[in-house]
Unconditional design. Structure first.
Length: 428
């Protein structure tokens, strides 16, 4: 198969892990990452383009003979980059890995996603969508639920649009505040959900619209503090595999969630060639959907990529051509873990521009995926975000893999570095 030149859109740890994996493919020609970070340049060429500047993306793709575009984060998908390509005669022959704008509504609109699940009998929590016009109904629905209370901004809110509130009075007050613009336009509609009690996991599916492959299951850790305390973050670490996601559980996931999701997209004439991220909760060994995302998760990708032994680019090419049923997916049986090193103060106020040292001292069992880094004009590696470096490691057991990550973290230094030492604490 001829080598192909690829443009990967994004700049975080997820994109660094995807670039690492894609660059290993015998089919990979030139790999461009837009805009990339201080770590992605090890696997390809960083390009100073915003993934949301579709005209700039078009110009670059045509000028550089790009054969495939892989979309890392959700914003370009929700904004319709797939549709932009398919409707342009110069671009329509270049595959975009990611759903159409309609498909991206599974993540872009909580209201759409819940309605989709309801239409296709996919197990999820009871809910009601509320605007200012029917806020009284929202108050009544809250009164019908038991504490705690879950409020979700309908639109994208950078992972911060979900509130879990302990009392009815707080839930009513926060509902009003959200509808008054707490998250801007994202919360002009708010989805109230029944709270589900259980343990969560992330199931990743690659689909060509008809066929699918289930990628390694992972579990991420969102809270800043150990024991899952404190503020929500973009993710402090991840574990794969997940002990409770055994064959019995995954058969339920496949039969009740994955197949109805793909069939439902087809029934609604929604084009979907890309990753489907199922945020699930295990309620007494019954899987239920908390949310859909339309791309890989972060930091789960930084663990999942380690466990894919197959050629990822071949899988993505099969996704583009509708031949995923003929592609091979081989999973590494070892544990893979990710521990995120973050800037002091994150997810609140934090400094950027601090020098990072020691990355050349990572152990053989650890791989560093840069999340928020940049290289200055003098060649120094600097912090450039709240989440700085994802330290991912293999191990025969979860604890062995974690030990490798912690050993590597002890050798990497930047001002006020912080990480959680209890990733995976709630798994066997």
């Amino acid at each position: 198969m001829a080598k192909i030149d690829i443009l990967l859109l994004g700049q975080g740890g997820r994109e660094c892990a995807l670039a690492w994996k894609i660059s290993q493919s015998n089919n990979c020609g030139k790999l461009y990452i837009a805009p990339g970070n201080g770590g992605t340049m090890a696997y390809g060429e960083n390009v100073a383009i915003s993934p949301l500047d579709f005209e700039a993306v078009k110009t670059f793709v045509l000028a550089n003979g790009v054969d495939m575009v892989i979309v890392g984060n959700e914003d370009p998908l929700v904004a319709g980059i797939y549709d932009f390509f398919i409707s342009d005669s110069q671009l329509s022959g270049i595959p975009v890995i990611g759903p159409s704008k309609d498909g991206a509504q599974l993540e872009g609109s909580k209201d759409f996603a819940k309605g989709f699940m309801q239409r296709h009998n996919i197990p999820t929590a009871r809910y009601m969508s509320i605007t200012k016009e029917n806020i009284a109904e929202g108050y009544a629905f809250l009164e019908s639920l038991e504490a705690p209370y879950v409020l979700k901004a309908d639109g994208l809110a950078a992972g911060k649009g979900v509130l879990i509130l302990p009392s009815l009075a707080e839930a009513k007050a926060e509902l009003a505040a959200m509808l008054d613009g707490m998250f801007g336009k994202s919360s002009s509609t708010v989805v109230i959900e029944e709270f589900l009690s259980g343990i969560e996991c992330s199931v990743f599916v690659l689909s060509d619209g008809n066929n699918y492959k289930i990628l390694p299951v992972a579990k991420d850790y969102k809270r800043i503090g150990e024991g899952d305390t404190g503020l929500n973050t973009g993710g402090m670490g991840a574990i794969s595999p997940v002990s409770f996601a055994d064959d019995e559980f995954m058969k339920k996931v496949t039969d009740r969630i994955i197949i109805p999701t793909i069939d439902g997209l087809k029934q609604e004439n929604i084009t979907y060639k890309g990753f489907i991220f199922l945020g699930l909760i295990n309620v007494n060994n019954e899987p239920m959907v908390i949310e859909y995302n339309v791309r890989m998760g972060d930091p789960e990708t930084e663990a999942v990529m380690l466990r894919i032994k197959s050629d990822l680019l071949e899988l993505l090419q099969a996704t583009a051509t509708g031949t995923l049923d003929k592609a091979s997916l081989v999973i590494d049986p070892r544990y893979a873990v990710t521990v995120m090193m973050v800037a002091g103060g994150y997810p609140g106020q934090y400094e950027k521009g601090n020098v990072i040292t020691g990355i050349d001292k990572a152990g053989d069992d650890s791989i560093l995926f840069h999340a928020g880094t940049k290289v200055d004009s003098n060649g120094n590696l600097l912090t450039n975000g709240g989440r700085v470096i994802a330290v991912s490691s293999y191990g025969a057991t979860k604890n062995e893999a974690l030990s490798h990550s912690f050993t590597t973290i002890s050798k990497i230094e930047f001002k006020d570095k912080y990480f959680r030492r209890d990733i995976g604490f709630d798994l066997k």
